[in-house]
Design a protein around this ligand. Structure first.
Ligand code: GTP
Ligand code: ZN
Length: 205
């Protein structure tokens, strides 16, 4: 099933840059190596199925590589005269930091100012998820969501705000739980007033 879903390879992700994609068998062997390196014994009963489980979990956490984000926005509709802000708030962000492969958790707010066309709101949430479920830094995640929506839908403006906490600073290193990071990208008419102020007011509301 996974291989079928992996037909799309994101040009920015270069997943095959270090060689062909390893087999599931190789992935599970790598997890056994990590278990041993952590200090445990992969052959003990409780860990026997763990490599397979972790591989399946990786298919979910990194399922974004199999999704073509542009294709998510293919089906659009006439905006029917609506010309004000469309804002989808509090879209869950479940990502992985590319430095430590640790969880990034938070929300994204995605807004656009329609031109001729609008998209189904679920597609905005799917777009966030497609880029989140990859190895990321928050800045790139924010830009990729905004730039794709801007390029494909061609609205008058796009704004993306991501608010997230990073497990890599919450549970290791500086170990400061609850520190939040906020990133935003404003494009087109959101770069200037009056829409910039309108947007920021909508986000505060
Ligand atoms: N800008 C940015 N930095 C991030 C993000 N996720 C994690 N980081 C940071 O990436 C940096 C990697 O720095 P390194 O010095 O190479 O790694 P490290 O030795 O593990 O750093 P410490 O976390 O300070 O212990 C750390 O400062 C992380 O806090 C992100 O989304 N954006
Ligand atoms: Zn990290």
């Amino acid at each position: 099933m996974l291989d079928a879903r992996l037909q799309f390879i994101d040009p920015h992700a270069t997943p095959a840059a270090d060689g062909a994609r390893p087999s599931r068998h190789e992935a599970e062997a790598a997890i056994r190596t990590l278990i041993r390196w952590a200090g445990d014994t992969p052959s003990r009963a409780g860990l026997l199925d763990t490599p397979a489980r972790v591989a399946r979990a990786y298919e979910e956490w990194f399922g974004g590589y199999a999704i073509d984000p542009d294709a998510l926005l293919e089906r659009d509709f006439e905006s029917a005269g609506y010309d004000d802000i469309v804002l989808l708030r509090d879209i869950p962000v479940r990502s992985m930091c590319e430095h430590h492969m640790a969880a990034i958790r938070g929300v994204a707010h995605v807004a656009y100012l329609p031109g001729e066309r609008v998209v189904g709101i679920s597609k905005l949430a799917r777009l966030v998820d497609a880029y989140a479920r990859r190895l990321q830094i928050q800045e790139r995640l924010t830009c990729e969501i905004a730039d794709t929506l801007h390029r494909v839908l061609k609205p008058r403006g796009v704004a993306v705000v991501v608010k997230a906490t990073h497990e890599c600073i919450g549970s290791r290193g500086i170990a400061m739980h609850g520190v939040g990071m906020v990133t935003k990208r404003l494009l087109g008419q959101f770069e200037r007033d009056p829409w910039r102020s309108e947007l920021l007011a909508s986000l505060r509301a």
